[in-house]
Design a protein around this ligand. Structure first.
Ligand code: MG
Length: 228
């Protein structure tokens, strides 16, 4: 039986370099010019916000950020939308999975506005039967509640599911819920160095097509368990 495949968006299917550019460079710049602060002061203020709200739903909400920092962060992202790009192997993998009849769901902590922006620029929609923003669930993916509510809305068997996500706390949340197969990404952002696979808690892939080998291996394991 083919497992159901859950994919994260930013840093997994899409290059996180865009988000790094916006949050670490363009937003501090815009924040500084809007409030007439020095770039260093804006960076300090924003870093403090990032730390305070990391992994919460607010952290992923463009509306929240706009109200909190006085910069229209969604508009800022639209101004740089040409930089939104898929990661290596993204469409190659999705095309093969579609041909092979895998069911793929896109599960993102991006809010609906952010999801729409990304989909307008990289057309992932044809490959997914379900696309969900955690904004609609009411919890971010780091929380077990996200997975419980998702399962109530869209039934699935966690023992026959694979989650590919670049964020460790998300994978930990999914593991706590009982998602059997967890895969992470070696280099979520092309503007940063790859992580060390040995320091990561979960099997890691670089080119997304490497997932195909992983899928073969878990299905082989399942056959061996049945025939043992
Ligand atoms: Mg991600």
């Amino acid at each position: 039986m083919k497992p159901i495949l859950f994919f994260d968006m930013d840093g997994t299917l899409l290059d996180l370099a865009f988000d790094d550019l916006i949050w670490n460079h363009k937003l501090p710049e815009r924040h500084a010019s809007t409030h007439q602060y020095s770039p260093a002061k804006s960076l300090d203020i924003l870093q403090a916000f990032y730390q305070e709200h990391k992994h919460t739903l607010s952290w992923y909400s463009s509306k929240y950020w706009t109200s909190k920092v006085g910069v229209d962060v969604l508009q800022l992202q639209y101004e740089h939308k040409e930089k939104i790009a898929p990661r290596t192997g993204c469409f190659e993998l999705l095309t093969i999975l579609k041909e092979q009849g895998y069911r793929c769901w896109l599960l993102t902590n991006a809010d609906n506005a952010g999801l729409q922006l990304k989909l307008e620029n990289v057309d992932l929609s044809p490959y997914f039967e379900v696309m969900i923003s955690s904004e609609d669930i009411g919890y971010s993916k780091e929380f077990v509640e996200f997975w419980q509510i998702l399962q109530e809305k869209h039934p699935f068997d966690p023992e026959h599911a694979v989650l590919v996500d670049d964020t460790a706390p998300v994978l930990q949340g999914a593991e706590k819920f009982g998602i059997e197969n967890l895969v992470t990404i070696l280099q979520p952002s092309s503007s940063k160095a790859a992580r060390n696979a040995l320091e990561l808690e979960y099997p890691a892939i670089q080119d997304l097509t490497e997932l195909l080998t992983y899928l073969d291996s878990i299905q082989l394991k399942e056959i061996n368990v049945k025939t043992a």
